[in-house]
Design a protein around this ligand. Structure first.
Ligand code: IDP
Ligand code: MG
Length: 151
């Protein structure tokens, strides 16, 4: 089963959109297996965005991610990475399609509400930055037949 790291970034928390965004993932049928409300340190934000080190926006995105509390979650489902990336929308609110999280709730370039792993390799790097293996909770939906049935 595929897993992804999602962060409801400091602007999502500050703008009181965490419930709204979590609801979208829940209604889609994605399984929440871990959650942490925390202020991400500058050091952790630098590790998180290591792939962008050296790019012009690196310092700014590290400052953004560590600027206030975030809600960090792990979601699990077959194909969860491609589904959540589509649900998030394009990187900047002003180009993201309506109907997506970024497209519906933001217009900013710098502040885009949500992070989601973009590949299984990224998820495998990112999840352990925030969660110990025992913090990932294994459980089953009682209605998984309805959610995932009929292949
Ligand atoms: P993604 O979040 O859609 O995967 P990435 O290209 O991986 O986008 O960039 C990581 C984060 O860095 C973005 O979510 C955004 O917060 C920030 N970012 C990316 N490009 C820019 C930029 O040109 N200006 C300001 N911030 C940027
Ligand atoms: Mg990315």
């Amino acid at each position: 089963m595929e897993r992804t790291l999602i962060i409801l970034k400091p602007d999502a928390v500050a703008r009181r959109l965490t419930g709204e965004i979590l609801t979208r993932f829940e209604k889609k049928g994605l399984k929440l297996i871990a959650a942490k409300f925390m202020t991400i340190s500058k050091e952790l934000a630098e590790k998180h965005y290591d792939v962008h080190k050296g790019k012009p926006f690196f310092e700014s995105v590290v400052g953004y991610l560590s600027s206030g509390p975030s809600m960090v979650i792990v979601l699990e489902s077959a194909n969860v990475i491609s589904m959540t990336r589509k649900m998030m929308g394009a990187t900047f609110g002003y180009t993201a399609e309506p109907g997506t999280i970024r497209g519906d709730f933001g217009c900013s370039r710098g502040y885009n509400l949500v992070h989601g792993s973009d590949s299984p390799e990224s998820a495998a790097y990112e999840i352990p930055l925030y969660f110990k293996p025992e913090e990932l909770v294994e459980w089953e939906f009682s209605d998984s037949g309805w959610l995932y049935g009929r292949d």
